[in-house]
Design a protein around this ligand. Sequence first.
Ligand code: KG4
Ligand code: ZN
Length: 399
Amino acid sequence: MRILAIETSCDDTGIAILDVKNKKFTVLSNIVSSQKIHKKYGGVFPMMAKREHQANLVPVLMQSLKLAKLLNSPDDKHRVSGVSHRAKFKIVEKILERESELLKQLQPFLKKYKKPDIDLIAVTHGPGLEPCLWVGVNFARVLSYVWDIPLIPVNHIEAHILVNFLSTRSDLVDRFPAVALVVSGGHTQLILMNGVGKYKIIGETRDDAAGECFDKCAKILGLGYPGGPIISQLAKELKKDIYLQNRRSSTLQVQLPRPMIRTKDYDFSFSGLKTAVLYLHKDLKNKYFYTSKYRSIVKELCWEIQQAIIDVLVKKTIKAVKDFNAKTIILGGGVSANDELRKQLKEKIQSDMPNTQYLIPDTALSTDNALMIAVAGYFHRSDTKDWQKIKANANLRIS
Ligand code: KG4
Ligand code: ZN
């Protein structure tokens, strides 16, 4: 079975092609075009991201098909015009009436290239930024309709979890109950899993997501977007600095709160942490901005922001695993690319619960990509839906 998957929920345009034979996954292609335009604004503007997706989708599709050796050469005979052909493209125009820029590229592409050898199309339909989700959904609807290929709507959060089964050859035996920690730019959720499709959100953030906290703190510190990788990099540099090798003797000790770390539930809250960073940074900037110490102070802040977030995530995840007797811990979402989080959670599991399985995605598959959508599409392969019935849902929930 060959699955073509589409991801456009935020600022990454992704198209992947996955082949599955005898439960064995082979990645034929996984192209992600990350929109650079948002860097200078320090965040993602949905309408700007929608425009970028419209411009990127056809080139990314062609690249993905080419890499998978599925892009059929242009075929003159295929370019038959006729009443039914014209009627078909009238419907395509209707589907893409709000994505005219995409239509301009997609129509000639569909007229030029024959249907590729694909059995199933999977597309993210939520959660995410509504205009961005619609571009992907409408693109998928057109492909499904014109090529006559069944279509599956995929939940983006579920895909962040299920991508972990890519390396385990879809083997699900003896893995449940599992606790999944999904940490991304828009979500921070602890999900109890009793099988694929059997989910219960047991805890989540009451305000900002962990990734959002990284992004907002980076903005406060004037470090750029997205904040997670930059903060993580500066924290790493600090670790190497002699200045921190003996942190106790350092002249300055930055301390931030660990919000909700002691509460009995599995919820999180990160907006207070961001506010604490705002005030602390203001203070430190006033004192040290023109001194040689300022750079180290920013690094120390980065280290402490990262550690405060990790402490809370690890504490609540371990608590959930113990309380629900979980056999497996699954990590997913953009923040799961964070080396320290991966490492510290692993160390805690090894010391406190060594028999628990620990699944983490390749760092390249932590952040948004379409391969995770393909994997989720595979697990839901029998849930195909008529293309006309698939809609974007910005607030889609996993349970
Ligand atoms: O899953 P994702 O790619 O997009 C959403 O679905 O939101 O997650 C993006 C988030 C951003 O907030 C980004 O700052 C964060 O993941 N992120 C990281 C790292 N890489 C990406 N956070 C911490 N450390 C990283 N290395
Ligand atoms: Zn995501």
